[in-house]
Design a protein around this ligand. Structure first.
Ligand SMILES: NC(=O)c1ccc[n+]([C@@H]2O[C@H](COP(=O)([O-])OP(=O)(O)OC[C@H]3O[C@@H](n4cnc5c(N)ncnc54)[C@H](O)[C@@H]3O)[C@@H](O)[C@H]2O)c1
Length: 355
């Protein structure tokens, strides 16, 4: 079914509020999730909410957290998310980092102990919306790894995402590279499994380390593995996420002591900086404009698919889904209704909010 994004925001808000979340937090979490859907990243949209409710019910997610400042000594800002809703505590941390980068030119943000922070591009967009640029490296602990190291045969790494966000000459078209370091997102493997399809392209390994196209290997124990993107290079970036985000934040890495209790804890290393302190925007903006026009002016290999920059696909999808509604599959919808019930929300009430 297709659901209007405003109605989905209301559903998400109600469910988050039913976990005891107050103030602006239900809105922040709901808006983050629905914006991910609008931008085409359903794997990080409202379909995550049942997982968050499960974590809350198990005492692993604590609503209404204010980040704890561990160290604030420019250019360093070290922050603890206290296992709050990741979308809310990571946003608080980024607002602080943006303030410091505006004042001092740059901020190195180290953030630890957040529940799942969602679509990481959101934080890059916060930087570019403030006229800044940012780099983000994220790791994840508290669950079994899913990505095999290059040359390895079993999963030893999470799908560790990274983001590079840079303002361009066009305020409405920033460069926002936002990507998991796995060759394929777990959400896409789940879709293939639910549809009974195979996953082509040498992207999966079975538990014995043999290439397979069967998505079910990622949903059984022992688990199979996803390959990292880009062979040894993607593997290198994935491990860099562990080192930068996990080791220096104090949140920890995916080594075997940190693979339980089936939760999602994110840590993030970010560099937020003011590009105007490096190059006069009067020079750099036209330069960026020219290089973007030059690169995207390459004759398309497929005449129906023009050359894009990172961030373009999300903007196009956002426009389309804002107009037409967000597709929500029956399995995800049922999980949302069931999650609401565990918090005392009647199915009929949630269905009415969405209708
Ligand atoms: N919180 C976490 O622990 C976690 C973990 C993994 C992934 N994620 C999130 O999952 C989401 C999905 O990641 P993904 O790797 O599947 O994304 P993806 O492969 O869909 O896109 C990756 C990047 O490529 C760009 N892109 C796509 N098509 C393009 C084209 N034709 N030309 C130019 N650029 C193009 C996109 O704009 C995006 O910046 C991300 O938002 C990420 O932050 C979060």
């Amino acid at each position: 079914m297709q659901i209007d994004h405003q109605r989905l925001r209301a559903v998400c808000r109600a469910i988050v509020a039913a976990t005891g979340s107050t103030g602006e937090e239900p809105d922040i979490v709901a808006n983050h999730l629905v914006e991910a859907n609008l931008k085409g990243h359903d794997s990080h949209g409202l379909g995550m909410l049942p997982r968050y409710v499960g974590l809350f019910n198990r005492g692993l997610l604590t609503p209404n957290q204010t980040v704890e400042i561990v160290a604030d000594a420019p250019p360093i800002l070290h922050v603890d998310g206290r296992h709050g809703y990741g979308q809310a505590v990571a946003r608080q941390a980024m607002l602080l980092a943006v303030d410091r980068a505006r004042a001092g030119g740059a901020c190195i943000l180290s953030l630890r102990n957040c529940n799942h922070i969602g679509r990481v591009g959101t934080y890059g967009e916060m930087a570019v919306d403030a006229g800044l640029a940012s780099l983000h490296f994220v790791n994840a602990t508290g669950h079994v790894p899913r990505v095999a190291p290059y040359g390895g045969s079993d999963a030893r790494l999470p799908t560790n995402p990274m983001v590079i966000a840079i303002p361009t000459a066009d305020d409405k078209r920033p460069f926002v590279l936002d990507m998991a370091t796995a060759a394929i997102a777990m959400g896409k493997v789940r879709v293939a499994k639910n549809k009974g399809e195979t996953v082509e392209g040498d992207l999966l390994l079975d538990p014995q380390g043999r290439p397979t196209t069967d998505p079910n290997v990622m949903f059984r124990r022992p688990i199979g593995a996803l390959r990292a993107f880009g062979l040894h290079k993607g593997y290198g970036i994935s491990l860099a996420c562990e080192l930068l985000a996990g080791a220096f934040s104090g949140g920890g890495t995916i080594q075997p002591e940190r693979q339980a209790p089936d939760t999602i804890v994110n840590n993030m290393f970010a560099l937020v900086f003011d590009p105007a302190r490096l190059a006069d925007p009067g020079w750099s903006k036209p330069e960026i404009d020219k290089v973007v026009a030059y690169v995207t002016g390459s004759p398309p290999a497929d005449p129906s698919a023009p050359v894009l920059i990172a961030g373009d696909p999300e903007r196009a999808m956002h426009a389309e889904r804002t107009a037409k509604g967000v597709p929500v599959d029956p399995t995800t919808w049922e999980e949302i209704l069931a999650a609401g019930e565990t918090l005392g929300l009647a199915r009929g009430d949630i269905e009415r909010m969405a209708a």
